[in-house]
Design a protein around this ligand. Structure first.
Ligand code: MLT
Length: 322
């Protein structure tokens, strides 16, 4: 019996090593859980362009939307554990959704962490028709509306939704959420004035702010974003302590051989260290993860710590699925 078990283990180990050696053997797919043109999509495409150089294979980016990203993550979790299907996600998809949806997969036991990706501070933005010139004036305007102002989100549990809930909590202002398949399409409606505001990822808003198509009031961090130094922090603008940055990451299905995970991690780290990639990401207001947090193990530990921090808060907020 012992001998059979030992042989089975050796087969698994050698099979995994052989798979890692020939990896990748065909084009890879990164499944992005939100609409094209939004912040997740843009970051995934920038990284995929550089990761394909290291891996020597094409990387396709597939947008699979619905249920705040849980449809996409479910698809990735059920894919063959060979490293060719990668799940891109963030605090919303790989933490918050577990507290909101009845998922057909487990965020920790059905996925293998690969690498932590840059963080996006949030930014409070409104349609241009709002007459406010500062965060304080915007809060006054929001409070004076006869019905709850409309806030665009990427669905219950998305980053923009969690940030909106946090904003309601800290200001006492009630919002009416308008769910989209991503904050890319939500941004189109903000620019055209169909919705009032988004508590958005900075990288999604910054181009429209620079173009003068929407108004920016504050960044939800303790320091200003280097690439948009004229936008004050919430601490400076009058909502001290309203800090939130949305980290992202890459995962593969559980059971993917360690050598394959290591190759994907190395490709992601190489992309993050590439000066042209860094420039592109930093120009969007994204913050690079610290070097000591770049291993698969560090992402796994971070994800578990974030689950322990956010699930009780989200469950207490009794978030409804729209
Ligand atoms: C997106 O790419 O649309 C976002 O990551 C959505 C969000 O979580 O707010």
């Amino acid at each position: 019996m012992r001998r059979i078990l030992l042989s089975a283990l050796m087969l698994l180990a050698f099979g995994g090593a052989a798979m890692a050696q020939g990896f990748p053997s065909r084009p890879l797919t990164i499944i992005v859980p939100f609409a094209a043109g939004g912040p997740s999509d843009v970051m995934a495409r920038i990284l995929a362009e550089r990761m394909k150089v290291t891996l020597g294979e094409q990387i396709l980016v597939e947008n699979v939307t619905g249920a705040a990203g849980s449809v996409a993550v479910g698809r990735a979790a059920r894919a063959p554990a060979d490293g060719h299907t990668i799940s891109f996600g963030h605090l919303g998809t790989h933490v918050a959704n577990g507290a909101i949806y009845k998922l057909g997969y487990d965020l920790v036991t059905d996925l293998e962490p690969v690498a932590l990706l840059p963080s996006n501070p949030m930014i409070i933005v409104s349609k241009n028709a709002v007459p406010a010139k500062s965060l304080q004036e915007f809060l006054t305007w929001l409070k004076a509306q006869p019905t709850p102002p409309t806030a665009g989100t990427a669905g219950a549990g998305s980053g923009s939704h969690i940030a909106g809930l946090y904003f309601e909590n800290i200001t006492g202002i009630k919002l009416q959420y308008v769910p989209y398949r991503g904050t890319g399409p939500a941004m189109n409606d903000l620019v055209s004035g169909q919705i009032d505001l988004i508590v958005d990822q900075t990288s999604n808003s910054i181009g429209q702010v620079r173009a003068g198509n929407i108004r920016a009031y504050a960044i939800t961090d303790s320091k200003r974003v280097d690439s948009a130094p004229d936008i004050p922090t919430v601490d400076e603008a009058g909502l001290p302590g309203f800090h939130m940055t949305l980290w992202s990451g890459l995962w593969v299905p559980k059971g993917t051989p360690g050598g394959v995970v290591a190759k994907l991690n190395a490709a992601a780290v190489e992309a993050l260290n590439d000066s042209a990639v860094r420039r592109q990401l930093e120009n969007l207001g994204l913050q690079m993860p610290p070097k000591e947090k770049l291993s698969p193990e560090a992402l796994g530990a971070w994800q578990k710590a974030e689950i322990a921090k956010w699930w009780p808060m989200i469950k207490a907020a009794n978030v409804r699925v729209d």
